[in-house]
Ligand binder design. Structure first.
Ligand code: FUC
Length: 819
């Protein structure tokens, strides 16, 4: 009997992949959101978005549209920068940081706008009389279908509401129904906090029209229009004042369109009213069920590419908020699956080709003055948003960011010239929908030159996954321009002769011993980014057979960049001098850019730096803001320390107020606090890095499997560099059990595995040696680090792995089995 039971459990455990994931892919609750925005559930199609509250008597759909930003086309460069540059550099090299900082604040920081705000459109509200006494309440967000649903009972009638933001039809569709005839009566109206707005009803259609705010001297000129049209089955529809009244209907479908006059960062001449009307006219004739089917089909084309199964748990039977409250204390691996896939859901819903890149809050914001303007902070947050894009098989979702980078290269050309007299293009630490590039906020934050350099690496990363030379050609000038800027901007340090970025900072951190100023020359992160920018420009020029002379000049300069250094606390130095404080637990650990997302620090190629990175991570500690925890999951994965990565996931998946620092809201939005979406995306990326990495010369399978997830798991559809797709990977009892990999571009497949494998249908698997011949896996070896005499760094013990080579053919699939 016992054996029989074990067999059944085994079968349930190992053969019901699809079914189990299906049931787990829902956020659900047994109470409405009330007044709390972070309880509401996000839906979006990359253009329009809504937060669904699921309130019974007064339902709220809080509306967003991706181009509704304050201000209008503008620039914020400070032309005084150029004249002050020499003096600032002199002061920095003389160690007069405070004086340099003053000159920087006076001459480099913008005197104009510090960036514009992403603003909400308003709310669509539905008020239902006599529904106070409801029972059997349930609401969900099905992230496998991208549909939100609310169900409850009043007086024996079951009411159901469904909502989705259609991908193909570009509108929000809401269906309200009751299981008995003539039970639906409600009033519907728009509300909005914009000062310049008009709310009206014409022909039983609601309209909300507005203009965005003026902000920091820039006139708000984005005009938007939201329209709501009602398809009523039975009952009556009437306009009363500025609202629509529905009386005794059987069911109602509300079609909501939102559009603006925004065309691109320099053109806002579209007709918002016509656009909104066109979307609505096209959709209104369509049947709800058909629209829903078409919506789900488009969504699933992306979403279904990756499936993750970490096993089922009893905890999955609880509502999402309760699971969140329990997660750090119980074993609930399928909650990790839900959170992982939610990151992919959020990216598909907030970032679609042709739309805007996901901002600090993705595309969901209810505040007229959101934290940090809900704009683009490009010294970490925006980049982090896109870490999951390529590897979780959502390459298309990367497009809005790649487009933004190309636009920044246009506006940033003038910034480079006007502010620094340099060729190429650059961006500081923030930008917005108008693609501003000036330095904002103050020297500690804004005078950091690597926003453009770091972002440009996303263009290269996309190439490494898709291998398309025509694409590379199309972005070549942008990669070259990023390098060109540094080739003009770098300055020779009089003490050591290195070429350094000056002025600069190590994002947002200040060493105590530098007169309490963040201003510096040659911060480690700056050096690492310049190294990458030069390398990608060199490689792109070689692949495309262009600009040999320029590439050669970059090679010469690359040798003159400061090497990484290991300081007296055995740490990776954040600055050129050994001034790190081992008790500093600042959320930014920018110098670990070299560990992740870059690939300059490796257990195999730079063991000393790898050990130093470990010490730095330990010294900085675990407690931090949401996004910083997300970054730490990636770092610990790269450190091949799955248990520490999982500890960070537990910290992150904790309701606010329990730990110090960030956490997660009930709707599983990441909390900085406040809500910032980067932490969601960072953690989804980090979980992927725990299961598969493809940055360090090989595809490394299960590099950081934590004990909590080691018993059983399976993942389908991850993408690796070089055009490889991990079609299916299964592990059991901590061992890689079986993996099938498709080669889309051909070339050498180098695999690093935790245990010995064999190639199916073949006796031998070639043990790899030497450099991987696959060009997409070429790694850039950094110079040997300088190690402080006071340090006594010990190398880390690295888990033994097996390294294999298989020469693959294009479009062929290879299966490997445990030996
Ligand atoms: C950077 C971070 C903050 C915050 C902001 C949006 O300034 O240091 O923590 O995430 O961006």
């Amino acid at each position: 009997m016992k054996n029989y039971l074990v067999t059944i459990l085994f079968l349930i455990g190992f053969s019901s992949f699809g079914q189990r994931e299906k049931n787990d892919l829902k956020l659900w609750y047994n109470k409405p959101s009330g007044a709390v925005w972070e309880n509401a559930l996000p839906i979006g199609n990359g253009f329009q978005a809504a937060m669904v509250y699921g309130n019974v008597e007064r339902e709220i759909f809080q509306l967003n549209e991706g181009t509704v930003w304050s201000g209008s086309p503008n620039r914020n460069d400070n032309p005084n920068a150029k004249g002050a540059l020499d003096e600032i550099r002199k002061l920095l090299f003389a160690g007069e940081y405070k004086q340099a900082e003053k000159l920087i604040n006076d001459n480099i920081i913008t005197k104009k706008s510090h960036g514009q705000m992403f603003q909400p459109v308003g709310n669509l509200e539905l008020t239902f009389p006599d529904q106070q006494n409801y029972t059997d309440y349930y609401r969900e967000l099905d992230i496998e279908k991208a549909v939100a649903k609310t169900i409850y009972k009043v007086n024996g009638v079951t009411y159901t509401r469904e909502a989705f933001t259609s991908f193909p039809d570009r509108i929000l569709v809401i269906k309200l129904s009751a299981d008995k005839p003539q039970q639906l009566s409600f009033t519907s109206n728009f509300t909005s906090e914009h000062t310049k707005q008009k709310i009206a009803v014409t022909n039983n259609e609601l309209s909300l029209w507005g203009i965005t705010s003026d902000h920091e001297g820039v006139e708000g000129k984005v005009k938007f229009n939201a329209l709501a049209r009602f398809k009523v089955d039975g009952g009556k529809i009437n306009a009363v004042d500025n609202s629509i009244q529905i009386d005794k209907a059987n069911s109602v479908v509300i079609y909501v369109s939102i559009a603006s006059n925004f065309i691109n960062y320099k053109d806002i001449s579209a007709d918002e009213n016509k656009r909104a009307k066109d979307f609505l006219d096209k959709a209104f004739g369509k049947n709800f069920d058909k629209m829903k089917t078409a919506h789900i089909a488009v969504y699933q084309k992306y979403f279904n590419r990756v499936k993750l199964d970490l096993g089922a748990t009893a905890a999955a039977k609880l509502p999402t908020d309760e699971r969140l409250a329990n997660f750090r204390n119980v074993s609930d691996p399928s909650f990790v699956t839900l959170y992982y896939q939610y990151g992919r859901y959020l990216l598909i819903s907030s970032s679609q080709p042709g739309g805007q890149a996901a901002n600090l809050q993705g595309i969901w914001n209810h505040s007229m003055k959101p934290a940090w303007d809900s704009k683009y902070t490009i010294n970490i947050n925006t980049e982090m948003n896109y870490w999951p894009a390529e590897k979780t098989n959502l390459s298309e979702m990367h497009q809005p960011l790649l487009k933004m980078i190309q636009e920044l290269a246009e506006t940033g050309k003038e910034t480079a010239k006007v502010m620094y007299g340099a060729r190429g293009w650059m961006a500081h630490h923030n930008t917005d929908i108008w693609r501003i590039n000036g330095a904002v906020d103050g020297a500690t934050w804004g005078v950091w030159n690597a926003g453009g350099g770091w972002l440009s690496q996303h263009l290269w990363e996309h190439y490494l996954y898709i291998g398309d030379k025509t694409y590379l050609q199309s972005v070549y000038e942008v990669l070259k321009g990023a390098a060109l800027f540094y080739s003009d901007f770098l300055v020779k340090d009089p003490t050591n002769g290195w070429l350094e970025v000056a002025p600069g900072n190590s994002p947002e951190n200040t060493p105590k011993s530098h007169q309490n100023s963040a201003m510096t020359a040659g911060s480690t992160m700056d050096n690492q980014i310049v190294f990458d920018v030069f390398n990608t420009a060199i490689k792109a020029s070689e692949i495309l057979g262009k600009d040999k002379e320029f590439a050669d000049s970059l090679k010469t300069m690359r040798k003159m960049l400061p090497p990484m250094q290991i300081g007296k606390h055995n740490q990776l130095q954040e600055w050129l001098d050994d001034v790190d404080d081992p008790k500093d637990n600042h959320r930014h650990i920018s110098h670990l850019y070299g560990l992740y997302p870059s690939n300059q620090i490796s257990p195999y190629r730079t063991p000393e730096l790898f050990a130093a990175a470990n010490n730095t991570l330990l010294q900085r500690g675990d407690v931090s803001t949401g996004w910083s925890m997300g970054w730490k999951v990636n770092w610990w994965a790269k450190m091949q320390n799955g248990n520490h990565a999982f500890k960070l996931i537990k910290n992150q998946l904790t309701p606010l107020g329990i730990n110090q620092g960030g956490g997660t809201y009930n709707n599983l939005f990441d909390a900085h606090p406040p809500f910032q979406i980067d932490g969601n995306f960072g953690c989804t990326s980090g979980i992927t890095e725990m299961l598969m990495q493809s940055s360090d010369g090989a595809i490394h399978l299960l590099p950081a499997l934590p004990d909590d997830l080691s018993n059983y798991g399976e993942i389908l559809g991850l993408k690796a560099r070089g055009g490889f797709e991990i079609k299916d990977m299964k592990w059991k009892s901590g061992k890689l059990f079986r993996v099938t990999i498709q080669s889309n571009l051909g070339g050498n497949l180098r695999l690093r595995t935790p245990n010995e494998m064999i190639l199916k249908d073949s006796k031998n698997l070639k043990i790899a040696s030497g450099v991987n011949s696959n060009e997409f896996f070429e790694v850039d070896q950094v110079e040997k680090p300088i190690i402080s005499k006071e340090s006594d760094t010990k190398l880390l013990e690295i888990k033994p792995t097996f390294l294999y080579d298989v020469m693959t053919a294009k479009s062929k699939t290879y299966t490997f089995l445990i030996k």
